[in-house]
Design a protein around this ligand. Structure first.
Ligand code: NAD
Length: 470
């Protein structure tokens, strides 16, 4: 496909191949964008922002709603594209398209709800008595939307939807491995009637074009989803801009002794292995009370071994490949390292190219990399604890804080967990991997800052002006 800059689909001689992670075959190519392309995109976006600032809320609503409807009509086509470029199963990809339709619909609705508020200046002592105060929300202007590979459509919608709903122009920088869904979304937005300069989609390697985009002073807002280290780099280089950072995690799930271990095992399979564990809120660290430790592992092993792995396009496959062979090799190395230093391989631990077998490692200690770093792969690390205090200390023993979960029927334990665990999302009786697109979603600590979910993100895509009538 071509990239979209300045109201034109443009190509370049230098290409980046888009590869099917399962078969290794080339799906397509995209142009290798340069700093000059970023400069052209920002120049067009500045003009696009001026156009968008004049587009009334109702028209922004109709454009985004139409885009949601078009996405829904093309579910199968989009799902196939996601599977081909990302590797997840067709069922997972279809679910992602369904969520993207929701995200765009919610964004459409939010365009009609953006407003300021009155400010009671007469409540200030002395000088406020006859003043009228209110706030006005205005778009930031040019928004850079930088997205990761693992949800190549819905996570782009979480940026583009609220960005346009708020009246900005948006420049998409999709992940280098998975640019096709974002380019197709650009087509859909244009077909839905978006002013051409309001959207740009620049493809190419993150380092070169990402830095050019993030350092450009005409970009007023950066919304980034990706790894902790790239997020931190952007925070250093961006200068004085608004930023939203949706970063990584090593999510804990605490299993108290009163939990139903069969149910928890099922939740571990869906929360730990969907999209081959490449989900920011994947269940990574399972912390299990000593009393049910053995029973939990006995319940988990056959369920993990029953997962059908393979080509995401094939019927009945439940887990696809990892995005790159180097990532599968990294997961393999971290699992081996854990086992070599005293952990126990319960099942899995095999690799073939990008396919890494669903893996369970028990007796994991917190300092092992499989526990303390973000694994982002199809393995769970199981650790034993004795008391709720120990479990909460283990859950908090991380630089991250994106999602955490607790299984129990005991309200006191649940309240303690809610009060004491430092995490942006807290799940009771579910795995950490729960998200619906309307909820405020974002991490604490090194998992980032700011919230997504269109009703929340739209505020982050605006500036607040204060008006006082004297
Ligand atoms: P990544 O950090 O490697 O890349 C993310 C994006 O940043 C890509 O588009 C990449 O091209 C771009 N990029 C790279 N260098 C850049 C630079 N110098 N300047 C600007 N942009 C640059 O992440 P990934 O491997 O694509 O995705 C996996 C990571 O994303 C994991 O850490 C995962 O936890 C995280 N993630 C977080 C959330 C969340 O909502 N918190 C959701 C999904 C994924």
């Amino acid at each position: 496909m071509k990239m979209y800059i300045g109201g034109q689909w443009v190509d370049r001689d230098e290409k980046v191949p888009v590869v099917n992670p399962y078969s290794g075959s080339q799906v397509d190519t995209v142009p290798r964008g340069s700093a000059a392309d970023v400069d052209a995109a920002v120049t067009s976006a500045v003009a696009g922002a001026a156009v968008m600032a004049e587009v009334p809320a109702y028209q922004r609503y109709t454009i985004l709603k139409k885009a949601a409807d078009l996405l829904a009509e093309r579910t199968q086509e989009f799902a196939r594209t996601i599977t081909m470029e990302e590797g997840k199963t067709l069922a997972e990809a279809t679910a992602e398209v369904g969520r993207a339709v929701q995200t765009m619909t919610l964004s459409a609705e939010e365009s009609k709800r953006l407003h300021g508020e009155t400010v009671p200046l007469d409540a200030a002592p002395g000088i406020g008595a006859h003043l009228l105060g209110f706030t006005v929300r205005v778009p930031c202007g040019v928004v850079a939307a930088i997205s990761p590979f693992n949800f190549p459509l819905n996570l782009v919608c979480h940026k583009v939807g609220p960005g346009l709903a708020a009246g900005n122009a948006v420049i998409i920088k999709p992940a280098s491995d998975t640019p096709l869904s974002a380019l197709k979304l650009t087509e859909v937005l244009l077909e839905a009637g978006l002013p051409p300069l309001a959207i740009q989609c620049v493809t190419g390697p993150g380092g070169a074009i990402g830095d050019a985009l993030c350092t450009d002073p005409r970009v007023r807002k950066i919304t980034f989803t990706g790894s902790r280290d790239v997020g931190e780099h952007i925070c250093h280089t961006a200068g004085l801009k608004k930023v939203t950072m949706e970063l990584g995690a090593n999510c804990p799930m605490i299993v108290m002794p009163d939990a139903d271990v069969e149910k928890v095992a099922q939740a571990t399979v869906s929360g730990g292995f969907s999209n081959a564990g490449q989900v920011c809120i994947s269940t990574q660290r399972v912390l299990v009370g000593s009393q049910v430790y053995g029973d939990y592992l006995d319940a988990l092993k056959p369920q993990v071994e029953g997962l059908r792995t393979g080509d995401g396009l094939a019927e009945g496959v439940q887990m696809g490949p990892m995005i790159r062979e180097s990532d599968a090799a990294r997961v393999d190395q971290w699992v081996r390292e854990a086992v070599d230093t005293g952990a126990r391989l319960v099942t899995g631990g095999d690799r073939s190219g990008t396919m890494y077998a669903p893996t369970v490692v028990a007796d994991v200690r917190p300092e092992m990399r499989i526990s303390c770093d973000e694994l982002f792969g199809p393995a769970v690390a199981v650790t034993r604890f004795d008391t709720i205090e120990d479990a909460i200390a283990l859950a908090n023993d991380s630089v991250y804080g994106l999602s955490a979960a607790l299984y129990t029927q005991n309200l006191d334990w649940a309240m303690k967990f809610v009060r004491q665990v430092h995490s942006g999302n807290l799940m009771i009786n579910s795995s950490p991997q729960f998200r619906v697109d309307l909820m405020p979603y974002g991490g604490l600590k090194d998992s980032g800052m700011g919230k997504e979910g269109p009703g929340y993100a739209i505020h982050e895509m605006t500036e607040l002006k204060m008006v006082a009538f004297h």
